[in-house]
Design a protein around this ligand. Structure first.
Ligand code: ATP
Ligand code: MG
Length: 392
């Protein structure tokens, strides 16, 4: 991940740049330098890879800092952000003298920054991957198979058992109901994030979240069925990038949303957990969805099948489906209507109503996804040989 500093004297413009940087998903830490500085950075200071010089009416303090930084670190990349693009002759000359390599127009668009940072990242850190490795998407093969239940309980176990900083983004359509399962009353949600995109940095994003007592954070879903009509996908990608910059694990409940528009989000996921039940309608749609996902460019290695409401008697049919899909079942979550239903109706995740087989399975799955250790209590194993296969 790239390290960046923003140097300027306009707090509004700096926070816009900060938000655009966070939304690219390519930047690790961002330092702020307010100009004029009492004391210029010295050799002892850790230097960022890239400095964005946020040019004001008088660009001189930016250029003085730029020239100073180049003396300290010859390969530092200086980018001028200017309302005047292309720059006039004098501005260009002054910029070049101080070592500026690129100009981007103000206000900076995340797409323009992304293109520039991608190029610089290839030069500075060849082979470095963006933080996209953190996103786990949950999709239902069809409605009502338990996608949200899985998302919520997995999120709770990731946050509490594996102690990873975890956020669950409720992208279910038409309505999001993650908050109901956690008995939370979000003040803000997806729609607010989309509407405030120009300010959406990690700090602002944090303010939109609601925290459960297990420390799982959620970005509340859409609360009016027609709201998705006004939500384009580009802001959703940006929200995912900012979430990845702030958390160790990012879960997204997509419910049964399915359209090629979402391919950009699906293609940046580390893993897609496809939730299904072991019955004909669910397995039929599962098969078709897997084919459609491949058609969108999602590699089958990143897709995992989770069978919810599993019974012992399902193993035969699951073996057949494994052969047909040429893909192992990644996890099975046993059927426990009474526990699942009580949890849903009370808004309490499964872990809070007893130490039972179902919550142990969630815990094991969370440990596997987080790469932490889990000692499985002695219990009868499923007949499926690849139960909780470790392929990642
Ligand atoms: N392991 C389980 N055993 C028994 N019932 C379960 C289990 N998991 C989920 N359920 C039940 O399945 C029902 C549907 O769950 P949920 O709302 O999570 O599904 P969904 O796929 O998100 O639905 P939608 O398509 O409406 O978003 C709930 O009543 C829930 O209690
Ligand atoms: Mg749901």
């Amino acid at each position: 991940m790239l390290t960046v500093a923003i140097a300027g004297n306009d707090p509004g413009s700096s926070s816009q740049l900060q938000a655009a940087l966070a939304q690219t998903g390519l930047v690790g830490s961002v330092k702020q330098w307010t100009l004029p500085m009492d004391k210029l950075p010295d050799v002892g200071e850790t230097m960022p890879d890239i400095v964005l010089l946020d040019l004001a009416r008088d660009p001189e303090p930016c250029f003085t800092l730029g020239a100073h930084l180049r003396r300290l670190k010859a390969d530092i990349r200086l980018i001028a952000c200017s309302a005047l693009v292309p720059p006039n002759h004098q501005l260009l000359l002054d910029a070049m003298r101080s070592g500026v390599q690129d100009f981007i127009p103000k206000p900076a668009k995340p797409e323009a920054l992304e293109e520039l940072l991608n190029r610089l990242s290839a030069e500075i850190q060849p082979g470095d991957r963006r933080s996209a490795e953190k996103l786990i998407v949950l999709m239902g093969s069809k409605g009502g198979v338990g996608t949200t239940t899985v998302a919520v309980n997995l999120g709770v176990q990731l946050a509490s058992h594996t102690q990873k900083r975890t956020v669950l983004l409720d992208f279910a359509r038409p309505l999001g109901n993650v908050h109901l399962m956690l008995d939370l009353h979000p003040r803000f949600g997806v729609r607010d994030a989309v509407e405030s995109l120009d300010r959406l940095d990690t700090h602002f994003f944090g303010g939109l979240l609601s925290q459960h007592k297990t420390k799982l954070e959620i970005l509340g879903g859409v609360l009016l069925p027609e709201e998705w009509q006004a939500i384009p996908i580009l802001p959703i990608e940006r929200i995912v990038n900012v979430a990845q910059a702030s958390f160790d694990m990012v879960l997204a409940d997509l419910g049964t949303q399915f359209s090629s528009e979402w391919s950009s989000v699906l293609n940046r996921a580390r893993m897609i957990l496809m939730v299904a039940e072991a019955n004909v309608p669910s397995l039929w749609t599962l098969e078709r969805r897997l084919v459609a996902l491949t058609g969108m460019g999602v590699e089958s290695e990143r897709i995992r099948i989770v069978i919810n409401r599993w019974h012992k008697g399902d193993d035969e049919v699951l073996k057949t489906i494994e052969k047909k899909l040429k893909q192992p079942i990644f996890a099975t979550l046993p059927n426990d209507f009474s526990k699942a239903n009580t949890a849903v109706n009370l808004g309490t995740p499964l872990m809070e109503n007893h130490n039972n087989v179902l919550s142990n399975r969630y815990r094991a799955l969370a440990a596997q996804l987080a790469g932490t250790e889990y000692v499985q209590p002695t219990q009868k194993r499923s007949g499926l040989s690849n139960f909780f296969a470790t392929k990642r």
